[in-house]
Design a protein around this ligand. Sequence first.
Ligand SMILES: Cc1cc2nc3c(=O)[nH]c(=O)nc-3n(C[C@H](O)[C@H](O)[C@H](O)COP(=O)(O)OP(=O)(O)OC[C@H]3O[C@@H](n4cnc5c(N)ncnc54)[C@H](O)[C@@H]3O)c2cc1C
Length: 345
Amino acid sequence: MTTGEVHRLAREHGLRFPPDPGAAEQSQIGGNIACNAGGPHAFKYGVTGRWVTGLEAVVPPGEVITIGGPIRKDVASYDLRSLLIGSEGTLGIVTAAWLRLVPAPELELPVAAFYAGVGEAVAAIERVLATGVVPAAIEYFDGTTLRFAGGSFPGGVPAEAGFMVIVEADGAAEEARRAQRELLEALREEALSLHAPERPGEVAEVWRWRGGIAFALLAQKGGAIGEDVAVPLDRLAEIAEETLAIGARHDLVALSFGHAGDGNIHSNFLFSPDDPAELERVEAACEEIYELAVRLRGSVSGEHGVGCLKRGALERQLDPVTLELHRGVKRLFDPKGLLNPGKKV
Ligand SMILES: Cc1cc2nc3c(=O)[nH]c(=O)nc-3n(C[C@H](O)[C@H](O)[C@H](O)COP(=O)(O)OP(=O)(O)OC[C@H]3O[C@@H](n4cnc5c(N)ncnc54)[C@H](O)[C@@H]3O)c2cc1C
């Protein structure tokens, strides 16, 4: 079942399944659980694992196990549910899940704010956080992202914009409107312009645009590697600026955008698929991004996982003892190494 299908089923009953990974129409709920996927609204609602109360899985050599269920609390056992969530299919295959749903918010009110540069934008995000209002999402887009994808942004992008921040207020109508007023106040200072749609169709357009960014970037040269490191929130400006510096050092088109509120950054490097030398430079640039994330006390992956592409990156992040514990867990579940061999650990 695709994530989009879960969303639609929930909506038909006035409910919401909050995790909203970008590729919702392609990804499966099992894949979301396997990767513990996030999305723009993870800032307020958290990632997929927070909404899974139980799992059915098949573990080697072919046994069906059930962990948790339709219950809110369970501390009787070791937390194998959390261990399987985000294990990228290396410990077991998820065959069913109990998902927690919430009443859908009455109103969703995004505000897009444009700034001249990263300094002004990060200051605005800090003011937003200081309001005490918890936005549903806090997203950012650097100047190069706006140059490639801004043409289709509903409401237009000011010519001098070097950075955009999108925050969203949601909840019961009155509560969402009050929160939006506070967010607008926090974002206004130093903003070049603000775009605050209210009609549901216009609101949906903003998120549809957000969902299309990866494809707009891919269209530039035919290839793009989008990393997903996560760093402490106060290092956001550093990683946005360093992404450009790393790209320049490797003679690559570089840009970044992502889930600013979670410090989860998509550093992107573009390449032509028919230029193997350029792809090699992209791989070298990605290695530098992992190194930077670890140096900033972050993670090599905030939402996509390690898979094959980031093979070896986990070794940068974990100390040898923790790494060996990971390998021990893998051996315990899957002694013959049959499940997704070579992925993650
Ligand atoms: C345009 C685009 C936007 C994206 N945006 C986001 C985003 O906002 N947030 C985010 O977190 N990710 C995002 N992603 C990455 C990806 O779509 C998600 O991480 C998604 O959760 C992966 O699910 P899938 O069904 O596509 O899994 P797949 O890609 O098919 O599989 C991913 C891994 O999980 C394993 N797996 C799949 N199903 C199961 C199962 N049932 N049991 C055990 N293991 C399984 C696979 O073997 C594989 O190792 C995006 C990807 C694209 C292309």
